[in-house]
Design a protein around this ligand. Structure first.
Ligand SMILES: [Zn+2]
Length: 132
């Protein structure tokens, strides 16, 4: 499936539909305006000019969030070097709000309670999952 930012400069192609989308309430997800699905980097192709941002209120941020340099829409995130050193370059996130809704029909929308997650172990959910 293919996703576009607001202005169309960024095109993201993922090789498979996701099993689920996270509508997370943590500060990063809320303030970047993103609903993430997670993929192996080999599954994702991003074209166009994006700008990366790493939050500065964490000593070792795990994610670098990218946005379109033209329209500013949040597009994806990649792992930082420290996260890759710890876990390998095994994951990236794509903002599913950039997808055509019809492309996500039947996918589960989950509501993790990222705001109250302690950084390790299982996280809770704010409410029941929905089907998109
Ligand atoms: Zn754009």
């Amino acid at each position: 499936m293919t996703l576009d930012c607001l202005c169309g400069d960024i095109r993201i192609t993922v090789s498979d539909r996701p099993d689920f989308v996270h509508a997370c309430n943590c500060t990063l997800c809320a303030k970047t305006g993103a609903r993430w699905s997670y993929f192996h980097p080999d599954q994702v192709q991003v074209t166009g000019s994006t700008k990366g941002y790493r939050r500065t209120d964490k000593n070792r941020p795990a994610a670098e969030v990218h946005s379109c340099t033209n329209c500013g829409a949040t597009t994806h995130f990649v792992l930082t070097e420290s996260a890759i050193a710890a876990h390998g370059n095994t994951m990236m996130g794509v903002n599913m709000l950039l997808a055509e809704p019809a492309d996500l029909a039947g996918v589960e929308l989950r509501y993790p309670d990222g705001r109250n997650w302690q950084g390790a172990g299982e996280f809770g959910y704010v409410r029941e999952a929905e089907t998109l």
